[in-house]
Design a protein around this ligand. Structure first.
Ligand SMILES: [Zn+2]
Length: 253
């Protein structure tokens, strides 16, 4: 599930979307209901583990997986295994005194590189009178704009739509340079709902990441697309459960 969890106790500590889940003993409830062993893990972590187990990261020992969807999440594979920490990559500061973020801070990466960020950026430009094919396609109702519509309009050559994807790529590149410098990665794997728009942002992302990262750390770095896509999270969750059972800690109490 999304958010911060206590994997030892199987408890939700903080859910970003459904606050009534905070403090819920999720594992205990599920084990009681279904009579089966259960693991509780953050969704971006299971996505990362899925890619490590059978996906694009199978032959890699150190990589970061970014889930570029409505928001921006991330999981870390370090020394060949899941880094079991609470990781909030989307909330690293990218722009000091930047846009307000739902987490309460300012200038977080997620506020510049995510589906929500792209839509917000387009709406604010349209409200200021920017010219775009989008105005007609949303019948003048800017709040109907979605990231899918922006992508389709970008494919038709609309300059505002293309620009917002390039901009998201630029900020993602800055975030990735920071990750490279901290973790010494072999690769960054990108998944999530926005990877359909890969060609719209990836060259700007690569350019910015390589320009900023420490050279010896980035020379052999690969930027890869998720190979399991929307199935990665559930495959990874299954993999984590198998691991738990094989290690002998998956028996029901
Ligand atoms: Zn934030």
């Amino acid at each position: 599930m999304a958010g911060i969890i206590d994997r030892q106790k199987g408890i939700v500590i903080q859910s970003p979307n459904i606050s009534t889940l905070n403090g819920l003993p999720l594992r205990e409830l599920f084990e009681k209901e279904f009579g089966l062993p259960v693991v509780v893990e953050n969704d971006a972590n299971t996505y990362a583990y899925g890619e490590k187990w059978v996906g694009a990261g199978k032959d890699l020992d150190n990589f970061v997986l970014l889930t570029l969807g409505t928001g921006l999440g991330g999981g870390i594979i370090y020394h060949g295994d899941l880094f079991e920490g609470p990781v909030e990559i989307g909330h690293m500061t990218i722009v000091p005194s930047g846009r307000y973020c739902t987490c309460g801070s300012y200038g977080c990466l997620e506020s510049y590189a995510s589906g929500r960020a792209i839509v917000d950026r387009v709406i604010s430009s349209l409200e200021k009178g920017a010219e775009s094919m989008l105005t007609e396609r949303c019948n003048g109702n800017f709040y109907k704009v979605t990231s899918k519509l922006i992508y389709e309009t970008a494919l038709d050559g609309d300059s505002l739509s293309r620009e917002v994807f390039r901009e998201a790529g630029h900020f993602l590149g800055i975030g990735i340079a920071n990750l490279i410098n901290i973790l010494g990665l072999e690769a960054v794997i990108i998944g999530g709902g926005l990877i359909g728009a890969w060609d719209m942002f990836v060259s700007e992302l690569e350019k910015e990441a390589l320009r900023r990262a420490f050279k010896p750390l980035s020379t052999n770095l690969k930027i890869l697309k998720s190979s399991l896509e929307e199935n990665a999270g559930s495959i990874g969750a299954a993999g984590l459960l198998l691991k738990k059972i094989q290690s002998g800690t998956g028996d029901l109490a």
